[in-house]
Design a protein around this ligand. Structure first.
Ligand SMILES: NC(=O)c1ccc[n+]([C@@H]2O[C@H](COP(=O)([O-])OP(=O)(O)OC[C@H]3O[C@@H](n4cnc5c(N)ncnc54)[C@H](OP(=O)(O)O)[C@@H]3O)[C@@H](O)[C@H]2O)c1
Length: 347
């Protein structure tokens, strides 16, 4: 199997890239564990709303400095890039804060609550010529890269249908952000985004969208079913849920073959199945599994962008992020998913 990810950077003569972490929650811990796999990443500083929490996180993960506010983190002159790991509801505010302090930013998905916020963030980054990228880590995974490569080569023929599902029952204690409308709760922005991103990556903007949701007690989508239809007849179905554990798999079917991404298609995978002809002609494509959660692939890419003086990723450009946000706005409009912040915009 070929290597489908960029080689690790060598350290010879290179200044390390100094990371700051904004928000010491669950994903921050996993991302930082993977940053440790990059020899040219320096764990410089963390910022939390609580100094005690920042100090504990910094100690546990080997950061040099802990700040008791996000303002102190972004004012730190020894930080090159900030990884924003707060809830989606706060990505707009926190990204603007970083950019205003001339920091490059890697912002967790969902990039924002709606496209209006995303456009603001992008405008400021472009004005200030600062690096900004959405942390849609899936796009950088080796198996995902192979899929995109094969689709470009037309190995599956014309894509006729896709089916992508992501569902799990959150463990107790259930994280508040998953169901809190003020924090952008619901499945779409948390996990449904992976389904939508995959379908959009393969088939693009749909010509027709259908979407229905089951509201939670708090009014956010605890289950969401989406269908896209395309002018050439292609169809896609996506299901996201916090109410049952689904096989988190993806099927991409063309008129000359089918690819099946196994359970947890959005994470690093050791294999995918390729059906070049009829159902009984399966070929399994194996991937080398690196240590780590898989966040190192996007972090490596960010390092390459910064080292090459890029302000946008050519792989995950900001116009793509904006289009994805617009698509999710449209899905929300059709399914009736509203957030308090929507009241400040027309719709
Ligand atoms: N890429 C992935 O695989 C992946 C996986 C999970 C989550 N995510 C994304 O990462 C983001 C964070 O998710 P998470 O699961 O890490 O959430 P989390 O455990 O709740 O952590 C979020 C952190 O944000 C900070 N924060 C700032 N304002 C907050 C507020 N008003 N309420 C709650 N927390 C606030 C807190 O840090 P301090 O208390 O230290 O200030 C908190 O620990 C989400 O956008 C999510 O979609 C991505």
């Amino acid at each position: 199997m070929d290597n489908f990810y960029p080689p690790a950077l060598t350290l010879a003569g290179m200044k390390k890239i100094r990371w700051g972490i904004l928000g010491c929650g669950r994903i921050a811990g996993k991302f930082v564990a993977d940053l440790l796999l990059l020899p040219d990443a320096e764990l410089m500083a963390v910022g939390s709303r609580s100094l005690d929490k920042a100090e504990a996180f910094a100690r546990e993960n080997g950061f040099r400095k802990a700040h008791g506010s996000y303002e102190a983190l972004v004012a730190d002159p020894e930080v090159d890039i900030v990884y924003i790991a707060s809830p989606h509801s706060h990505h707009h505010e926190h990204t603007l804060l970083c950019l205003q302090h001339n920091k490059a930013v890697l912002c967790e998905k969902a990039f924002a609550i709606h496209a209006g916020q995303a456009a603001d963030m992008i405008r400021l980054a472009r004005e200030k010529k600062l690096f900004l990228m959405e942390a849609l880590w899936t796009r950088f995974l080796p198996h995902y890269q192979l899929v995109m490569e094969w689709l470009k080569e037309g190995r599956l023929g014309t894509i006729r249908s896709m089916q992508v599902n992501f569902g799990f029952r959150p463990m107790e204690p259930v994280p508040q952000r998953l169901f809190d409308p003020a924090l952008g709760g619901g499945t779409l922005l948390d996990i449904g985004i992976y389904n939508v991103f995959m379908v959009h990556s393969v088939l693009g903007w749909p010509d027709e969208i259908q979407a229905v949701m089951t509201p939670s007690e708090t009014g956010v989508d605890e289950q969401l079913a989406i269908q896209f239809r395309y002018r050439n007849g292609a169809l896609a179905q996506m299901l996201s849920t916090f109410r049952s554990d689904l096989a988190t798999e993806a099927d991409i079917a063309g008129d000359q073959g089918r690819l099946r991404l196994h359970n947890r298609f959005y994470e690093p995978s050791t294999s995918i199945d390729f059906f070049p002809g009829r159902m009984d002609t399966k070929k399994t494509i194996a991937f080398h599994r690196e240590p780590g959660w898989g966040y190192q692939f996007q972090a490596r890419h960010v390092h390459e962008c910064l080292r090459n003086g890029l302000t946008e990723s050519p792989v995950m450009p900001l116009d793509l992020t904006l289009e994805l946000m617009r698509l999710m706005d449209e899905i929300r409009r059709i399914a009736g998913i509203r957030y308090p912040v929507d009241e400040q915009m027309p719709g």
